[in-house]
Design a protein around this ligand. Structure first.
Ligand SMILES: [Fe+2]
Ligand SMILES: [Fe+2]
Length: 362
């Protein structure tokens, strides 16, 4: 036995004589192919080359077997994965977004300069506290979908896992903000009898959920985080908004890129997607389902006006700035829909007429 090859062959021969099944010792086509990390380190796209890197259009994998591994017969079905069609979940850059999520994790305990928060006027402090009740549903709902996705589509699956981690951090950082300065947890915003995010939670299809959560709900929150500088009263708040915006922009990008993939891979679903967007626009404007903290008639939008204006005495100025924020929400929403490939709704009259009204009256 002079070479490894010889020892392997000898071992197999010996095993067979003894009645062992040593077929798992078979070398795969990747054997001996070394991969060098690139500038950004060793990323998923570096190693997912070759047959194992290929996500099938349909997945028959019900056993939790990792993609590309050797199947064996007689394995029980450990997973019941309703999402087994690639178009239903896929996007071109899930692996990249997941890598970015990993690299940009931050700590609510140590990355926020909490010591910069000092006593604020009561109206400002109350408004800050009111604004902190976002974020719960955004972690809950993707969490529910993770185990529904076949392991063959592990890239979007792992992205969703990273999103759950991000949302846990958002939940905790805003909770800390509400309590750190002697404020408190205020009444939860609700439009009519709906609870925040109710319709996101009730989605029965992944893309339906993604359109409601990533495109609509998180999209409108992202715009608000992006203007966080304008409503921050100290460095800690600036950090919170900036870091949360960084996370949210990944979540929103996931939704946009998924819709883009689906619209190309399953054009027969385009009309259905347009109907989700009809609903998304209603939610954006009216605050139905509590998806948009800046929408008309919810207490969080009044809190926003107080923060933007610099107090209740400057409420009118705050409302002006709130309208500018809404304008930006709509502009960014339109842009996302266009990138996703559904921009014709703004040309053919399908888009909600209320979008225009939304940016004009408080
Ligand atoms: Fe979030
Ligand atoms: Fe998010």
């Amino acid at each position: 036995m002079t070479t490894t090859m010889d020892s392997l062959a000898a071992l197999r021969e010996y095993g067979q004589e003894q009645g062992y099944d040593l077929s798992w010792l078979e070398k795969r086509e990747t054997w001996g192919v070394r991969i060098e990390p690139g500038k950004g380190g060793l990323v998923i796209d570096d190693v997912e080359r070759g047959e194992h890197g290929h996500a099938p259009d349909e997945s028959k994998n019900m056993t939790g077997r990792t993609r590309g591994s050797v199947p064996r017969p007689g394995v029980p079905r450990v997973g019941n994965y309703p999402v087994r069609t690639k178009a239903d979940i896929w996007l071109r850059n899930a692996a990249e977004l997941y890598e970015e999520a990993q690299q940009r994790q931050w700590s609510s305990a140590t990355d926020i300069p909490w010591e910069t928060i000092t006593t604020l006027p009561d109206d400002i402090e109350r408004a800050e506290c009111q604004l902190t009740e976002v974020e719960f549903v955004a972690g809950d709902v993707p969490g529910k979908w993770i185990a529904s996705v076949t392991p063959d589509y592990f890239e979007p699956r792992m992205f969703l896992i990273s999103q759950v981690m991000d949302e846990a951090r958002h939940l905790d950082v805003f909770r800390k903000r509400a309590l750190v300065n002697g404020g408190g947890l205020m009444q939860r915003t609700a439009a009519a009898a709906a609870v925040t995010g109710g319709s996101i939670d009730s989605a029965r299809d992944f893309t339906e959920m993604s359109a409601r959560l990533h495109m609509s709900g998180e999209g409108s929150v992202l715009t608000l985080f992006r203007i966080g500088e304008l409503m921050a009263y100290n460095d800690a708040e600036k950090h919170i908004y900036r870091l949360a915006a960084q996370d949210e922009s990944r979540h929103v990008a996931f939704g946009v890129m998924h819709l883009q993939y689906l619209s190309q891979a399953a054009p027969d679903r385009r009309e259905e997607i347009q109907s989700y967007l009809d609903e998304a626009e209603r939610n954006l404007v009216t605050g139905a389902s509590g998806q948009n903290p800046a929408s008309t008639g919810v207490s969080s939008s009044q809190a926003l006006a107080v923060l933007l204006g610099g107090g209740v005495d400057n409420y009118d100025e705050g409302v002006k700035l709130l309208l500018a924020a809404r304008q930006r929400q709509v502009r960014e929403y339109v842009q996302r829909v266009k990138v996703a490939g559904f921009g014709e709704r703004f040309e053919n009259g399908r888009a909600s007429k209320m979008l225009e009204q939304y940016v004009k009256s408080a």
